[in-house]
Design a protein around this ligand. Structure first.
Ligand SMILES: Cc1cc2nc3c(=O)[nH]c(=O)nc-3n(C[C@H](O)[C@H](O)[C@H](O)COP(=O)(O)OP(=O)(O)OC[C@H]3O[C@@H](n4cnc5c(N)ncnc54)[C@H](O)[C@@H]3O)c2cc1C
Length: 518
């Protein structure tokens, strides 16, 4: 035993295949945990920083703002100020149409750094906006009194294959988990792009490829760790601060900076998945076939139907570059034979390309062909209820062949199944109303392009708005009232949690619960 040894006493409660307990250090500080991953996290919390972690050499920034006391912000990570060489890089969002100009950018190296930023912001009158990729940067609003806290350096993924559970730090993207889980025959509730952070996606709901079978990703989250407005690192789950745990799962980044998440994985050794490309001129036929098929599709299949106009860019694969199609894609949890049966009616509509095959879970990570590199874009969205065939006609006439639509993508995703099932254990986003998620978007590289896309989005919006069933937080890329995402009583409950944990409105979320700090 020397100065590098720490003593941690463990009290373990083992029952019915589950593990929980308490870890206590030599000074009597204790931490409760659940599951093997929680046990590791509890022990880890007692490991002191290494000698160079928070030493005098740790980076120190003294920042002076008019009317604010100059306070030292000491981080192991990085602080970037306006005008510094890394400024443009560090403030850039995935959506290049959004020009983020925060007071500072902080890139914490660890949880202590996150707490230091939160305390610094609270003491100096700033807000804190957590961000990883900036996929949903557009609704954040002005950031001139805000520290943009980028979670990029909070990396780490652990998978417990026996418990079928993952623990990730909040800088992890789906691309960091899906391949590892796939190797173990496990599927994660990821969505159409591997490039979003698991934290941002799951806090806002998370509609993925297994959504009709396993529901929203938020409702498979089993524990969260976060730094709240008082600068404390908390671990919340169903037993510990359950109201905060409830609010985080659907209420977004309103209650603190999440530093780690734990969530369930599902056994998926293989699945039948792929894309059917239909000729542009037969888009109406393909859309009608899909629309009729959704009425009886089993919940083992989650799918979308889109009007896709690929730009003539060199990075787009040659067979589709500069061309337009009606595109169906889907992931089916079943065998090839069962999948072929399920797809029969769609194949009868005559696709010109068919990529369906049995694949491991990693095989669907990029199935939706979402653009991997940052780009400027604008979009619009609504949740829709049942659609009459006439609405499909109107949608395809307004955005399909002969319409002159400049929009790169007009999408309907099939909802329902587990997304519509309420659960006593669910978080703030219990179910997703409606039968379809509608989303339309286009590039926003210059003012003329923006104007053309906006005009066409308004046209389509008028077509679908009579069928509106609600709005989904993650798909909403414009600012507006967050009450539109929740039933009234849920929103009131979220406001109460916000009032309890962040009474001064320290955290600035993309979709703010309650009034924004003025
Ligand atoms: C191309 C594309 C494809 C998409 N596909 C899907 C899909 O299939 N299904 C789906 O449900 N959604 C999808 N989305 C939406 C996506 O889930 C949201 O944009 C989500 O917010 C992205 O999370 P992020 O952290 O990467 O983005 P960011 O813009 O970095 O974060 C968004 C917000 O999340 C919160 N947040 C992020 N990290 C933290 C943290 N550590 N602590 C506290 N708050 C935090 C903050 O409020 C932040 O403003 C897609 C978006 C795009 C652009």
């Amino acid at each position: 035993m020397d100065e590098h040894t720490i003593t941690v006493k463990l009290e373990l409660v083992v029952g019915d295949g589950s593990l929980s307990g308490r870890a206590v250090d030599a000074d009597g500080a204790s931490r409760e945990f659940a599951g093997w991953l929680g046990l590791i996290a509890a022990i880890d919390s007692f490991v002191p920083p290494t000698s160079d972690d928070h030493s005098e050499e740790a980076s120190m920034s003294t920042i002076a703002f008019p009317n604010r006391p100059a306070v030292d912000l000491r981080l192991r990570g990085e602080v970037v100020r306006p005008g510094e060489p890394r400024w443009d890089d560090s403030r850039r969002a995935y959506n290049l149409a959004v020009d983020q100009r925060p007071a500072l950018v902080a890139i914490p190296a660890d949880e202590d750094d996150v707490a230091a930023v939160v305390r610094y912001a609270a003491a100096n009158g700033f807000q804190v906006a957590a961000q990883r990729t900036g996929h949903n940067a557009a609704p954040l609003g002005p950031l001139d009194e805000t520290i943009l806290l980028r979670t990029d350096a909070l990396q780490g993924v652990e998978i417990d294959p026996h418990a079928r559970r993952a623990r990730v730090r909040s800088g992890a993207k789906w691309a960091d988990v899906v391949p590892q889980a796939s190797e173990l025959g496990l599927g994660a509730l990821h969505g159409s792009t591997p490039d979003v952070s698991i934290a941002g996606y799951a806090l806002g709901g998370g509609v993925g490829w297994y959504a009709r079978k396993h529901g929203l990703a938020a409702n498979s989250v089993t524990a969260l760790e976060l730094v709240t407005a008082d600068g404390e690192l908390r671990r919340v789950d169903r037993q510990h601060e359950p109201e905060l745990f409830w609010a985080l799962r659907g209420g977004g980044g309103n209650f603190g900076v999440v530093t780690a998440l734990e969530f369930d994985l599902y056994p998926v050794p293989e699945l039948y998945a792929g894309v059917l490309f239909f000729p542009w001129e037969r888009a109406a036929e393909a859309f009608h076939a899909w629309h009729e098929w959704t009425a009886s599709a089993p919940e083992e299949i989650t799918s979308s139907m889109r009007l896709l106009q690929f730009p003539p860019l060199p990075e787009i694969p040659e067979p589709v570059r500069g061309q337009s199609f009606a595109v169906f894609d889907a992931a089916f949890l079943g065998t090839r034979d069962e999948g072929e049966d399920v797809l029969r009616a769609l194949r009868a509509a005559g696709p010109v390309m068919d990529t369906f095959a049995m694949v491991p879970p990693v095989g669907i990570a990029e199935l939706h062909m979402d653009p991997p590199a940052p780009m400027p874009f604008i979009s619009t969205h609504r949740l829709l209820g049942e659609l009459p065939a006439a609405a499909i006609d109107d949608l395809v006439s307004a955005a399909g062949p002969g319409s002159g639509s400049p929009l790169g993508m007009v999408e309907l995703r099939h909802s329902g199944g587990a997304l519509a099932r309420t659960g006593a254990d669910h978080g703030a986003i219990d179910t997703l109303p409606g039968e379809y998620l509608w989303f339309a978007g286009g590039l926003a590289a210059d003012p003329a392009m923006i104007a053309a896309n906006e005009a066409h989005m308004a046209l389509l919006d008028a077509v679908v708005s009579p069928y509106q069933a609600g709005f989904y937080l993650n798909f909403t890329e414009e600012s507006g009232e967050s009450s539109r995402f929740f039933p009234e009583e849920t929103y009131e409950r979220l406001q109460a949690v916000k009032g309890e944990y962040d009474p001064d409105g320290l955290f600035q979320a993309n979709h703010q619960i309650g009034a924004r700090r003025s």
